[in-house]
Design a protein around this ligand. Structure first.
Ligand SMILES: Cc1ncc(COP(=O)(O)O)c(C=O)c1O
Length: 526
């Protein structure tokens, strides 16, 4: 970002004046205690010091009101239905935030000796076991900090496993209906990526898969598939697909970020997946989006467990010789520190430690500084424990029912990408409306006028004028009906006065933006 991108206009943003317009010389928001460090001129070369730093000067109340008003110009799940496909913008119960804010958890330090952090480790160990149980896998790593990082870890695990049995495979097949991060991940991990097309009904084309396996034969390391797919569909041939892939000595990678649709219904481990990631920030009580922390744990079958990222939480009784305290330096992959170099597993004042951080024997190494985003794991733990098995099953039932209800109400007005029972999200195409003069983008903008966050549009790429609607389990029938009424109204407007849609939004604080220029040449205001 260059300084020329930063401007200081005094104009309004959606009716709210910028801080530069509100500034009054000499006004202050906080009174700082006298400084007890040497003046910067004593320690910083004068060439690096600024004479003047023109920051806005405001009272605390001005600042609070400014940011509160700005926040109200925004959209959030707390204010509006947010049917953004592939994002699962659902209720994250506030009680889980309260639990994460409890001082005993919030003030735990990642460098604390494991013996003094047994409560936090118990939560992590418990979550590892629960995620393995929910997915039908054997082990879990909470280390990945996002879904895409979980994918990278999973693919690196596959590579490490294959190399350990003397196989140097270079190709990853990726379902064309997979999330965009899947091919990107395989490519980042150094694999050649080969796409496998879906059939017109949305399931994977088994002939195309067979042809790809034959063509790339012994070079195929894995198939990456998103289940349910970004088409909102459960691939009915998934077991056969896994058998075909395994018969070629390759492994099955599952993108399980859409687990909201499958909780308590089916265990991916039973379907033939070797490794899969979950997005805690979609399914398990962590807000998605807004740049906040997330987590993309991976769950694996036993043959991959020894390669899991480090550190991993284990029962101290099972791994006493590998116990690592909180240690800052990343250990080299495949070389866990010798037991003699490690701090004792318990402190003099604690009872014997029950849980320990350890390096799996052939770990692919670290993905971050510590053991993952603990606050995110804690919310997920609280969420799963409070819902129990029946509650989790009820989530997927309601999520799938709600998406099918929307599909049933809108099917006459919008073209369905695939006319069959959908899972947790439903995929329409705005082709009909485009031919009437209003593109999918115009429909999305018009939805803002009706009080709804637009759905995901132009994704997945394999469907023309795509509109991916994910209502989630959280919305009531009244809200779904109001949403569908608005969508039907917009379809009628597209038919009779498409120019209304082309000029939308009409009620938003800012009208139609030049999004490409805004992304490429942002002008920042404050
Ligand atoms: C199906 C699917 N896979 C992968 C990802 C990537 O996750 P992240 O954005 O945390 O990297 C997402 C993101 O929402 C997703 O919806």
């Amino acid at each position: 970002m260059t300084n020329s991108n930063i401007q200081h206009p005094t104009s309004n943003i959606g009716g709210e004046r910028t801080l530069d317009a509100l500034t009054r010389s000499g006004r202050i928001a906080v009174t700082l205690p006298p400084s007890d460090v040497p003046p910067s001129s004593a320690t910083i070369p004068s060439a690096l010091l600024r004479e003047d730093l023109p920051l806005p000067e405001l009272s605390q109340l001005d600042v609070v009101r400014h940011y509160t008003r700005l926040s109200q110009l925004n959209w959030s799940i707390d204010t509006h239905m947010y049917p953004l496909g592939s994002c699962t913008m659902k209720l994250n119960p506030k009680v889980n935030d309260a639990i994460a804010a409890m001082p005993s958890f919030a003030e735990a330090h990642p460098m604390q000796p494991a013996a003094d952090a047994q409560g936090a480790l118990a939560v992590m160990y418990g979550l590892q076991r629960m995620l393995a149980e929910i997915t039908g896998m054997d082990e879990t790593s909470l280390a990945p900090l996002a879904g895409a990082q979980g994918e990278l870890a999973g693919v690196l695990l596959i590579k490490a496993y294959l190399e350990s049995i003397g196989e140097h495979r270079t190709t990853v097949l990726v379902a064309d209906s997979a999330h965009g991060t899947n091919p990107a991940t395989a490519s980042m991990a150094g694999f050649d990526v080969v796409a496998v097309k879906p059939r017109p009904d949305g399931d994977m084309d088994l002939d195309a898969l067979r042809a790809a396996l034959e063509e790339h034969g012994p070079t195929v390391a894995a198939l990456m598939i998103t289940l349910p797919s970004t088409l909102g569909l459960f691939d009915r041939n998934i077991v056969q697909i896994a058998e075909m892939v395994h018969a070629h000595g390759a492994l099955m990678y599952g993108d399980g970020a859409n687990m909201n649709a499958m909780l308590g219904q089916v265990k991916p481990g039973d379907l033939g997946f070797d490794v899969m990631h979950l997005n805690l920030h979609k399914t398990f009580s962590q807000p998605h989006g807004g740049g906040g922390p997330g987590a993309g744990p991976i769950v694996v079958k036993q043959h991959l467990a020894t390669f899991l990222p480090s550190p991993h939480v284990a029962l101290a009784s099972e791994r006493p010789e590998r116990t690592v305290g909180a240690q800052p330096a990343a250990p080299a992959p495949h070389e866990p520190p010798a037991a003699s170099e490690l701090p004792p597993p318990t402190s003099r004042f604690s009872p014997p430690a029950q849980y320990a951080l350890h390096n799996p024997d052939h770990t692919i190494g670290r993905l971050g500084a510590h053991a993952g985003n603990f606050g995110v794991a804690l919310r997920a733990y609280a969420y799963i424990r409070s819902l129990g098995a029946d509650g989790l099953r009820a989530i997927s039932e309601a999520a799938v029912l709600n998406a099918n209800y929307v599909q049933a109400r809108l099917r006459g007005a919008y073209d369905l990408a695939h006319d069959r029972t959908c899972m947790h999200e439903v995929l329409f195409s705005g082709k009909r409306q485009k031919s009437q003069g209003a593109k999918t983008l115009d429909i999305a903008k018009r939805m803002i006028d009706y009080g709804y966050h637009p759905p995901t549009i132009y994704f997945p790429l394999v469907v023309d004028e795509a509109m991916l609607i994910e209502p989630t389990e959280s919305e009531s029938k009244e809200t779904l009906d109001a949403f569908c009424d608005a969508m039907l109204q917009i379809a009628a407007e597209a038919e009779t006065k498409p120019e209304l849609l082309r000029a939308a939004p009409h009620t938003a604080p800012l009208r139609r933006l030049d999004e490409a220029t805004a992304a490429r040449t942002p002008i920042l205001h404050w």
